[in-house]
Design a protein around this ligand. Structure first.
Ligand code: 8YV
Length: 322
């Protein structure tokens, strides 16, 4: 079957370049969101591939009996029920590697901004306070003398660590298991790592296994000089416990790019002066989002023309094209 006869469904919004390239290559159909109730008889029969930012749960997957592949826009694919897809013989792909360096750059920017308060210092200048009140107050926090703990030593964790080596700060990490090619000290528990360091950078993926894994006990272990940076998934954090820890001095500051219920950020967090908040911009440059868009489409093209994906996720590694 020519690719132009293969139907690809896009539920919800997605990067323009994905739509443009899918439209040129495949038969593209769109629905408002990944909801089984929106699958018509025609879609049920015709859809063979899905490209999604918004995820695909088990019910949605089951509503598409002829789907062979779900191409997720993003390295994190917690919105896609990949285990369920695997049981149905469906391939799931994500967009690793092409965003690694961008997200690591953002993590360092967020870390430095959190410690040295650049956003607030700029506001000071723009508000005319430099002229009226003099220099911006010295920051209580600095990267100097800090010990960094990285939670999640995968591709992005390693890219963050490489950058931090240049900043001359010691690095340790926690992961489900030690990373093979990494010499930094390994801690087999998150709390153990948090006790050892004063700055915790998390790049944990979302999903049931990591839900609220960073809570009160971790913040207590990090301590009153503690700084918490999150560039992974908001769902991994007990946000109520984090807001409380920031408010009562259990930790000193936090820099967050991700939240549990995006785009909603808890009021308590917005009110905290010691939280630096970004609207999930880790990979959000034109350069990197274009590369992610291309990888989404290239996975679909590779699957339907060569019978194998470029970047399949581990859960569906053994799935073969029928
Ligand atoms: C994505 C991300 O852009 O890749 C990820 O996992 O969090 C972001 O880079 C996001 O999922 C889509 O907007």
């Amino acid at each position: 079957m020519p690719l132009s006869d293969v139907t690809i469904l896009v539920p919800g919004g997605i990067h323009e370049r994905v739509l443009a390239r899918l439209g040129e290559t495949f038969r593209l159909v769109r629905i408002e969101r990944p909801d089984a109730a929106l699958i018509t008889g025609d879609l049920r029969a015709s859809v063979r591939g899905v490209a999604s930012v918004a995820g695909a749960n088990a019910a949605f997957i089951d509503a598409l009996p002829n789907v062979e592949i779900i191409a997720n826009f993003g390295v994190g694919y917690d919105g896609v029920d990949a285990r369920h897809a695997a049981t149905r013989g469906i391939m799931v792909t994500n967009t690793p590697d092409v965003l690694t360096e961008e997200v690591a750059d953002t993590a360092l920017g967020l870390l430095l901004n959190t410690l040295r308060e650049f956003s607030r210092a700029e506001r000071w200048l723009r508000d005319g306070r430099w002229v009226k009140d003099g220099p911006y107050p010295l920051t209580r926090t600095t990267l100097r003398g800090r010990k960094i703990g990285i939670l999640g030593m995968g591709r992005i964790g390693k890219a963050i660590a490489r950058r931090l080596e240049g900043f001359g700060v010691p690095i340790a990490y926690h992961n489900r298991r030690p990373a093979a090619d990494v010499a930094y000290p390994y801690f087999d528990t998150l709390e153990g790592l948090a006790r050892e360091v004063d700055t915790l950078i998390s790049i944990m993926p979302g999903g049931a296994a990591t839900e609220k894994m960073i809570g009160r006990a971790v913040f207590e272990a990090l301590g009153p000089d503690g700084v918490f940076i999150n560039i992974g998934r908001g769902s991994t954090v007990d946000e109520e416990a984090l807001a409380a820890a920031l408010a009562d001095g259990t930790i000193l500051a936090a820099g967050l790019d991700v939240f549990a219920r995006e785009p909603h950020v808890p009021r308590a967090m917005l009110d905290l002066p010691n939280a630096t908040l970004l609207p999930h911009v880790g990979s959000a440059s034109v350069h990197t989002r274009n590369a992610m868009a291309d990888l989404v489409v290239d996975n679909l093209v590779a699957w339907f023309s060569e019978g194998r994906p470029l970047t399949g996720v581990p859960e569906t590694a053994s799935i073969k094209k029928r």
